[in-house]
Structures are given as structure tokens and as C-alpha cells.
Design a protein around this ligand. Structure first.
Ligand code: GSH
Length: 207
């Protein structure tokens, strides 16, 4: 299959944009990223493509698509083949499960992220931050249990199920607060850090 030129709209420091550009690199897709959202604001042209006033959005000549995990599934199905988008319903379901689970996890990590990365310390709600970190830790203990016997959330090798939580893991490990130990999660994160696309697109300063 010919790989298309791929456009990704969204600022680089967005978790949901990071998922898409990192995955484009894993798939070897040629793409161009255009800044929009956050400090860049929105244009009428963009809002016609994505009326949610959110990022990311992609366009590859065949489709304009928003909603990051739907974008990942489309990219995997269209350009990733069996390697990234298994046809076996059980393998597919395992990956889907972690992709959907990430949405819940992201809610928990939102307060610590926005506080540490984007809010002056004197404005922090420390009790809300502590509570949110405890919720993140409860979630991560579920991942820890799963990863004890596996290298990847997707199974024996990295797959689409690892992409969304991979992005949030970078934030978790980078935010400067004391964390409970999750050795299997930490080992999985180290494996992610060895991937050039992850290092280039995900491991950037949190802003
Ligand atoms: N469920 C959506 C959420 C998208 C979302 O909330 N994106 C954030 C950035 S991570 C956003 O657009 N924030 C507003 C902005 O940047 O202007 C998805 O997964 O794509």
C-alpha cells in the first residue's frame, strides 16, 4: 500500500497530539504537523474540520478525522497491517481495552499535570493534587499487575494498545513529585524510551 502524505493539526505539547505523531513515526508515515490549539488559537478553516475546538485532527487525502484514539485505530487499520491492528478479536480487544482505559486514567492525571506543568505553585490546590496522585497510583497498580508477566500492554510486542498510555506514562514519570514504585510499569516505560519516535515526539519538556 502506498503511504500517503499525512497532515496532523495540533500543538506539540498536547498529550493527544503526541499519540498521533509518535504513532505516525512508528508506522513510517510521512507527515506534516501544523500548530493549532492552545496558545495558537483556532482558525475558521480548522473549526470547519473539527467543530469541537479540540486537537488533534488528521487528514490524509481520504478522511478528515478527530478523536485521538479513533485516529490511532484508523492509522493502524489503514497503514499498520496485522502488525499494529490485529485481526484476531482477542488481541484486538486487549489493545482496545488499554486504549479505552487511558481515557479514565487521563482524567486522574489531569490535575497533577496542569498544576505542576502549567500553574504557579502559589495557586496549587495541594489536597486536590494529592488525591489525584493517589487515584493515578491506584490505576497504575492495575497496569503493574498486568505488566508483571508481559513486556507490552498489547502482549508480546508493542502494539496500538501501548500508544495512549505510553504518552501519559512519560508525564507521570516526568512530573516532580514522590511516586510509589511500580517496577513493571517502570521497565515498560524504559522500553518505550528506547524507541526513536517516542523519544522525539513524546519525551519533550512538559509545558
Ligand atoms: N477526546 C479527545 C480530547 C481532545 C482534547 O481534549 N485535546 C486537548 C489537548 S490534549 C485540547 O484540544 N485542548 C484545547 C486546546 O488545546 O485548545 C481526543 O482524544 O482527541
Amino acid at each position: 500500500m502506498t503511504k500517503p502524505f499525512f497532515t496532523v493539526w495540533g500543538r506539540t505539547n498536547s498529550h493527544n497530539v503526541k499519540k498521533v505523531v509518535w504513532f505516525a513515526e512508528e508506522l513510517g508515515l510521512a507527515y506534516e504537523r501544523r500548530d493549532i490549539g492552545g496558545q495558537f488559537g483556532y482558525t475558521d478553516d480548522y473549526l470547519a474540520k473539527n467543530p469541537n475546538r479540540l486537537i488533534p485532527t488528521i487528514e490524509d487525502g481520504k478522511i478528515v478525522l478527530w478523536e485521538s484514539n479513533a485516529i490511532l485505530r484508523y492509522m493502524a487499520a489503514e497503514y499498520g497491517g496485522e502488525r499494529w491492528f490485529p485481526t484476531d478479536p482477542i488481541d484486538r480487544a486487549r489493545a482496545d481495552r488499554w486504549m479505552d482505559w487511558q481515557m479514565t486514567y487521563a482524567e486522574a492525571q489531569r490535575t497533577p499535570f496542569l498544576s505542576f506543568a502549567r500553574t504557579p505553585q502559589e495557586e496549587w490546590d495541594t489536597s486536590a493534587i494529592e488525591q489525584a496522585i493517589a487515584v493515578c497510583a491506584r490505576h497504575l497498580s492495575v497496569m503493574e499487575h498486568y505488566l508483571k508477566d508481559r513486556f507490552w500492554l498489547s502482549g508480546g510486542r508493542i502494539g496500538i494498545g501501548d500508544i495512549p498510555m505510553g504518552v501519559y506514562a512519560y508525564t507521570w514519570f516526568s512530573l516532580p513529585f514522590e511516586k510509589p514504585e511500580f517496577p513493571a510499569v517502570a521497565d515498560w516505560y524504559e522500553r518505550l524510551c528506547e524507541r526513536p519516535g517516542y523519544a522525539a515526539q513524546v519525551m519533550i519538556p512538559l509545558t
